[in-house]
Design a protein around this ligand. Structure first.
Ligand SMILES: [Zn+2]
Length: 328
């Protein structure tokens, strides 16, 4: 019988091949089972074996094909724009948003006077962004006709964990920063107390779409390995952390993976749930119990945030060879 070690890929962070399985999870969309492993040398977690790029295209939910932005996408765009504007307080800055989805972040920044550009592989999402007047290319980073003048900000919001080779992307981005330019990355935190509390029910496993899971240690190491200097790191986000905790809690008690997420993102219609009164009742009872618990835990996370790792990592980094971060 083939043993587990024989089928393992080398760790992208340290080259190690001593991996141990962390979790086996069933994809809530396709029913396929994927294994997440942890590198015994550096602690990076990743799906292994991984689907190839062609397979991955067919493993994304239908919301990526929906034209209208969901309410959470509009809120995310606004929140991210506020964060970017806090970092660069100028009306003339430029941004490249990798995996820009329906372009909500870029739409907000464009309205604030920014020059914007997005990369997005979903044609429908890109079409939605273009309808708002946002420039989006539906090609990979190495083929995109990017602005030769470079960008003040390059952002990857909940994108790095989806990439088959995150280190290669960090390398490809290097020539595209203007002097003083910054990289902004947001990913789920696999070093969080959410992960430790929920184990295999952690909402952000999301295999095979999330190919890698970063902790503060492994994300710092990845950025350093490619010459980036971290200038700011945050370990808490109200919206992502609260929802991840609630959906993870539901996964734990209901045994129906990502049910609430699927209803809110229109992956599953509410009518479909309502056709099964028992499932609906169970969902409502679970939410009634879990929501007060989630609010209490989120307040604790916020109060203890200097010492406790929350559910989301947001990093700001300078590319190699750059001067001081501009905060004009
Ligand atoms: Zn490793």
């Amino acid at each position: 019988m083939k043993n587990h070690t024989e089928m393992l890929r080398a760790c992208i962070l340290c080259g190690g091949d001593r991996h141990t399985p962390v979790c086996t999870s069933q994809d809530y969309l396709t029913g396929r089972v994927f294994t997440t492993v942890k590198c015994g040398d550096c602690g990076l977690m990743f799906v292994d074996p991984q689907p190839d790029a062609t397979e991955l295209q067919h493993l994304y939910p239908v919301r990526h094909q929906q034209m209208d932005p969901a309410r959470y996408e509009i809120r995310d765009g606004h929140r991210r724009a506020k964060n970017i504007l806090r970092l660069k307080r100028t009306g003339t800055a430029s941004i490249l948003d990798i995996g820009c989805g329906k372009g909500m972040l870029l739409n907000y920044l464009q309205a604030a006077g920014w020059k914007t550009c997005g990369l997005e592989l979903s044609e429908n999402s890109a079409a939605t962004a273009r309808r708002m007047g946002v420039q989006v290319y539906t090609v990979s980073l190495d083929k995109a006709p990017l602005d030769a003048a470079g960008y003040d900000v390059i952002s990857l919001f909940h994108v790095l964990e989806h990439l088959p080779d995150p280190g290669r992307t960090l390398e490809l981005l290097k020539p595209h920063f203007k002097p003083g330019g910054i990289l902004v990355i947001e990913v789920p935190n696999a070093g969080s107390w959410h992960f430790r509390l929920l184990g295999p029910h952690w909402f952000h496993y999301d295999a095979p779409r999330h190919l890698y899971h970063f902790t503060p240690i492994t994300l710092n190491r990845l950025l350093a390995a490619h010459g980036y200097t971290v200038v700011e790191q945050r370990h808490h986000d109200w919206q992502y952390d609260a929802f991840g905790l609630l959906q993870g809690g539901l996964n734990l008690v209901s045994g129906q993976p990502n049910l609430l997420n699927n209803v809110l993102t229109k992956e599953t219609s509410f009518k479909e749930i309502a056709r099964h009164p028992y499932r609906l009742l169970w969902l409502l009872v679970s939410l009634t119990v879990l929501i007060p618990g989630m609010i209490l835990l989120m307040l604790l996370e916020w109060l203890l945030s200097p010492w406790v790792d929350g559910g989301t990592l947001r990093y700001v980094a300078k590319p190699p060879g750059e001067g001081q971060l501009k905060t004009e």
